[in-house]
Design a protein around this ligand. Structure first.
Ligand code: HEC
Length: 175
């Protein structure tokens, strides 16, 4: 009698084990599929990019823009014109990526806004840096920051407010 119980318990455990193994393999397949679909995600330049993917990419480009805008400030304040020119160029690349990316968010054409708001502010900045003029730089920077915020307001993100930095975002670089 006691032996019969042990057998029943053994068989039950065996069945349970098989069920758990099957579930695990199912979960592993799902993880593989998720990893694969992330790797296939089109980049910002892809015209037929899915809206969710675009949003993720736009935030990444914006965080690059934020960092380079921070560095540009200290390069300009220290009248390090070659470095300032470098960051103007980096900002231009990021902004053009947004301009050419056919990005639309909640019916708002972000690419068009970049063309009309973002890039013109950068042109003023480029002239100031090329002219190695600190006063012009300071005023172009104020203009740039104000255009960042105008676009955030136009793009229904008024709570993303950019200001002039007081400390470099990273402390391991010389300006
Ligand atoms: C063409 C419009 C436009 C311009 C110009 C613009 N932004 Fe943005 N920015 C956006 C949008 C739209 C988002 C929200 C992105 C999202 O929904 O993922 C955003 C998000 C951000 C964020 C939040 C992402 C994060 O990492 O915290 C920061 C920071 C930012 N922008 C910085 C800037 C700075 C700095 C400038 C100016 C030098 C700037 N942006 C100019 C449209 C713009």
């Amino acid at each position: 009698m006691k032996q019969a119980y042990i057998w029943v318990a053994f068989v039950l455990l065996l069945v349970l084990n098989i069920v758990l193994m099957m579930r695990l393999s199912h979960a592993n397949k799902r993880i593989d599929m998720m990893v694969a679909s992330r790797q296939e995600a089109p980049n910002l330049g892809g015209h037929q990019a899915h809206e969710d993917d675009e949003e993720i990419e736009l935030a990444v480009v914006m965080s690059h823009i934020q960092r380079h805008a921070n560095k540009l400030y200290f390069a300009g304040q220290n009248e390090n014109w070659p470095l300032a020119a470098f960051y103007v160029h980096e900002l231009e690349e990021s902004m053009e990526e947004v301009e050419d990316g056919h990005i639309e968010e909640d019916g708002i054409n972000i690419s068009k806004l970049m063309k009309s708001i973002g890039l013109p502010a950068l042109k003023t900045m480029e002239d100031a840096v090329e002219g190695k003029n600190k006063a012009a730089f300071t005023s172009a920077y104020t203009n740039l920051v104000s255009n960042c915020n105008t676009c955030h307001q136009s793009a229904a993100h008024p709570y993303i407010v950019i200001i002039n930095p007081t400390t470099p975002a990273l402390d391991n670089q010389q300006y």
